[in-house]
Design a protein. Structure first.
Length: 98
């Protein structure tokens, strides 16, 4: 009992690669979702990436980037608050001279 090989067109392959690159799920999980062998999907990734050295998004990388963005947002808010305080102090000290 041999199974016939599934053939996929170029559009499907490219869309599958794009889907992998946009998701935070593991390659194996996505391969299971699409009912494709993980090795086949990995081969498509090597062939159809837009840029040769483009990394596949990994959960750890996305978490690190998200944490970095959150930290930077907090820092921006702190700096805005400091600027507002300095503006008020400058206004107060400039009134005392008059």
């Amino acid at each position: 009992m041999s199974e016939s090989r599934q053939r996929y067109n170029e559009t499907f392959k490219r869309e599958a690669v794009k889907y992998v690159q946009e998701q935070t799920k593991s390659l194996e999980h996505i391969a299971d979702e699409l009912n494709i062998n993980p090795g086949t999907l990995r081969n498509w990734l090597g062939k159809y990436r837009e840029f040769d050295h483009e990394p596949v998004n990994k959960v750890e990388n996305l978490r690190e980037q998200s944490q970095l963005i959150d930290d930077q947002k907090r820092e921006i808010e702190d700096l805005k608050e400091e600027i507002a305080i300095l503006k008020k102090a400058m206004h107060i000290f400039s009134k005392e001279r008059n």
